[in-house]
Design a protein around this ligand. Structure first.
Ligand code: DOR
Length: 441
C-alpha cells in the first residue's frame, strides 16, 4: 500500500454504527489504533486520539466488500490496473475487492495468484483477493491448479467472462472446488442461445435490428448447475443475475437446501434494455440489461432474502473501444465509484430494504461468500481489522467525470444524482479516501 503520513490513531465520534454481523445499530464512538478497532463505546476520550472525526448524522459501516471486479492486471493495464482499480474502490467506499481471473494471462495458477497478491501489497489502496480461474486459461477444457491456487490465497473460483460450457467439466469443477471449501462463481450464459447477440431479446432489439439475448440463456445454466450441484454440495454462486425468473429458480433451490447464492449489480437493478437507445454501447453488458419486470423481480429477490450479495462487476474498457459500433464494442461498465449511491437508489429509496440490510449485502455476506469473515473482514468488532466506511446517508451529489478516478470512463450513469455517498474509507486503520462533509450537530 502507498506510504504517506497517517494519524496513528483515529476516533470516529457519534456516528450511527451499523454492524449487521453482530446486529449492532446504535450511535457510538469508534476508536482505531494500530490497524485495529480499539474501542466501541458511547463516549471515548478524544484526547487519546491523533485524529478526531466528528461524524454525527453519518453512518459508520464495516468496510464495503465487492466480490466481483475486473482489475485488468496483467495484460490490459491501459483499461485499469491494480493501483487505479483500488483507487476507484476506496473512492466508492470499498475496503476489499475480489478480482476476476479474465486477465491476460488468466489468473489460473499459484504464480498468478501470488502476482496479484504481491502487486496489491505494493500499489493497492485497499485489500485485494484473487478469484482464480477454475479451468486452465479459462478455456473450459482442463481443470486449473485449483488446490495450489488455494494455497496461494485464492478466495474463490470462476471462469467469469465465460461460462463453463460443458456439463461434465462443470461437474468436475464443482467437485474440485468443493474440496477446497471455497465457492465457485458462475457466469451463466448458454452459448448457443447468445451467439452473436449484443442485447436483451425484446422490443428494442427487434426495433434496432440486433440479435437478441434471451433470459433463458441464463436460466438454463442456473438450472443445470443446481441439478449438478445437488449431489455435490459445493458453495455455488451466481454472478450478475439479470433475469427475474432466475430469482424463482434460485429460491426453489434454496428451499430444497441446495447451497446456492446469487448477486445483483447496480445496472441490472436500475436500467432496462431501453438504455441502449440512449446510451448505446455504454449500456452494453454481459448479461444484458432486461425489462422493468426483471428489475422488479430482482429487487423483490433482495427484499425476500434470495439475493444476498451486491457486486459491481466493475468492467473497465477504453472510450475508443466503447465508441465502436454496438456489435463490436466490448461488454461491461465500470461501477466502483458510483455503486453505493446506485444501490441505495434502487433498493432503499424504493422501500425494498433499509440501511442495515443494504450494509449486510455489501459487507458480511460477501465476506462469508469468500471466507473473508474468518480474517475478521466484513464486521466491526473490538480487536478486529479497522476496515471502515463512513457514509453520508442524506446528501445530494451528481456523478461527474471528476468522480471517476480509475482509468476508464465507461458508465451510463454520468449525470445521475444520488442521495448517499461514502465520505471516508479506512483500510487497516489508514485513511484512504476522505471528502468534506458536514456533521449534523
Ligand atoms: O459485461 C461484462 N464484462 N460481463 C462480464 O462477465 C465480463 C466483463 C468484462 O470482463 O469486461
Amino acid at each position: 500500500m502507498p506510504t504517506e503520513t497517517q494519524p496513528l490513531s483515529v476516533l470516529v465520534r457519534a456516528s450511527r454504527v451499523i454492524d449487521p454481523a453482530s446486529g449492532m445499530d446504535r450511535v457510538a464512538d469508534v476508536g482505531v489504533e494500530g490497524g485495529l478497532i480499539k474501542a466501541i463505546d458511547s463516549s471515548l476520550d478524544p484526547a487519546s486520539y491523533d485524529k478526531v472525526i466528528e461524524a454525527e448524522g453519518m453512518i459508520l459501516a464495516p468496510g464495503l466488500i465487492d466480490p466481483h471486479v475486473h482489475l485488468r492486471e496483467p495484460g490490459q493495464v491501459h483499461k485499469e490496473d491494480i493501483e487505479s482499480g483500488t483507487l476507484a474502490a476506496v473512492a466508492g467506499g470499498f475496503t476489499t475487492v475480489c478480482c476476476m481471473p479474465n486477465t491476460s494471462p488468466a489468473l489460473d495458477s499459484p504464480e498468478m495468484v501470488e502476482f496479484v497478491r504481491s502487486r496489491a501489497q505494493q500499489v493497492g489502496h485497499c485489500r485485494v483477493f484473487c478469484v482464480a480461474a477454475a479451468t486452465q486459461g479459462r478455456k473450459g477444457e482442463r481443470l486449473a491448479e485449483i488446490g495450489l491456487c488455494l494455497d496461494a490465497g485464492a478466495v474463490g473460483y470462476s471462469d467469469d467472462g465465460d461460462v463453463i460450457e460443458s456439463a461434465s467439466m462443470m461437474k468436475s469443477v464443482l467437485q474440485a472446488v468443493k474440496a477446497t471449501g471455497k465457492c465457485f462463481m458462475q457466469h451463466c450464459q448458454e452459448l448457443t442461445l447468445t451467439d452473436g447477440a449484443v442485447m436483451h431479446a425484446g422490443t428494442v432489439s427487434a426495433k434496432l435490428g440486433h440479435r437478441g439475448w434471451p433470459r433463458e440463456a441464463e436460466e438454463i445454466i442456473i438450472e443445470r448447475d443446481i441439478r449438478l450441484n445437488k449431489a455435490i454440495g459445493c458453495d455455488y454462486h451466481i454472478q450478475h443475475m439479470s433475469s427475474g425468473d432466475s430469482v424463482e429458480i434460485v429460491a426453489r433451490a434454496q428451499r430444497e437446501g441446495i447451497p446456492v447464492t446469487c448477486e445483483a449489480s447496480p445496472h441490472h437493478l436500475l436500467l432496462t434494455h431501453e438504455a441502449i437507445e440512449t446510451h448505446g454501447s455504454m449500456a452494453k453488458m454481459n448479461p444484458p440489461l432486461r425489462e422493468q419486470s426483471d428489475i422488479d423481480a430482482l429487487r423483490q429477490g433482495v427484499a425476500d432474502g434470495v439475493i444476498t450479495i451486491l457486486a459491481t462487476d466493475h468492467a473497465p474498457h477504453t472510450n475508443d473501444e466503447k465508441r465502436n459500433v454496438l456489435s463490436e464494442a466490448p461488454f461491461g461498465i465500470i461501477g466502483l465509484e458510483s455503486a453505493l449511491g446506485l444501490y441505495h437508489k434502487a433498493l432503499v429509496e424504493t422501500g425494498c430494504i433499509g440501511w442495515p440490510k443494504l450494509i449486510e449485502l455489501l459487507t458480511i455476506n460477501p465476506a462469508r461468500l469468500c471466507g473473508l469473515d474468518s480474517m475478521g473482514l466484513g464486521s466491526i468488532s473490538v480487536g478486529g481489522a479497522a476496515d471502515l466506511t463512513l457514509i453520508d446517508p442524506d446528501c445530494s451529489w451528481t456523478l461527474g467525470e471528476s468522480d471517476l478516478v480509475g482509468k476508464s470512463r465507461n458508465t451510463p450513469f454520468l449525470g445521475w444524482t444520488m442521495g448517499t455517498r461514502s465520505v471516508m474509507t479506512i483500510v487497516g486503520g489508514k485513511i484512504r479516501n476522505e471528502r468534506a462533509f458536514s456533521s449534523v450537530v
